[in-house]
Design a protein around this ligand. Sequence first.
Ligand code: TA6
Length: 296
Amino acid sequence: MIAALNEQFLVPGCVECAAGVNGLPKAKLEHGSGSALEIYLYGAHITSWRLSGSSEILFLSRNAVFEKGKAIRGGIPVIFPQFGNGPLPAHGFARNTDWQVRSTEVLDDGAVSVTLALTESESSLSLWPFRFELHLQVILSDSLLIKLTVSNNSESSFSFQSALHTYFKVGDVSRISIGGLQGSKYIDKLDQASIKREDGSEIQPTSACDNVYLAAPDVLTIHDKSEGRKIILEKGGFREAVLWNPWKETGATIKDLHSDAYREMICLEAANVEPQIVVEPGELHSAWQRILIKPV
Ligand code: TA6
């Protein structure tokens, strides 16, 4: 399978497919700036991104399970068509499904691009009775741009939720601050889903948090004092932003999180949670996030 993938999609020095953990196929992307990324076809799941000479930017649990039927813990899970719990499996089925490579190329500006696709299957139709096509385009340069397009190939409209559930690696979660959310209304999922308003200009997590910021600003930051860097998350077409850290007690109940993993991770997620996005037959919806890293 790997040989066939490289036969069709190898871009020497830029994109190469390889066997990852447990033999699961992945694509390795390399950019001239020294930036490198890995994405598994299973779940179209980015598991690693690092800049030249920098440490890993994404958190990946040392207990992550690379097996069909279980989402990889960390990296950037692709959430579709449901966010969180509901009638479908938690966070939907896209992250637990094999995607197909659709294209690989070097763009005019030298950025390295791979597009993965997912369409309905008997399994997805049994859960969610709609024909669709997802495209995840990953564009690697000295920043990371990810575009998620949802096409409705059904005879009727459908509504969905989506997210790029990014796990950022941090030096020490007690020494980070999240900026850009001041004044935003949010659902506090740890306090009976009560609606609150963020009054802090910089959020410094000191305990478990699970907040869905509604119609959140499109430029957010994570200041990681331990790593001496600022992570900038820009988004478009994703209205919400989700901030999550399970902290010590809940973290200890999550089997595929290694011990005390909460200390070295923060999830800041571009998402569409509520209201759901409605797509008419033959129409599509696009959303994107770009992550930039600045030394501070
Ligand atoms: O995005 C935050 C969240 O919805 C939390 O409520 C928590 O459940 C987290 O996602 C992880 O979900 P998972 O299904 O990957 O364990």
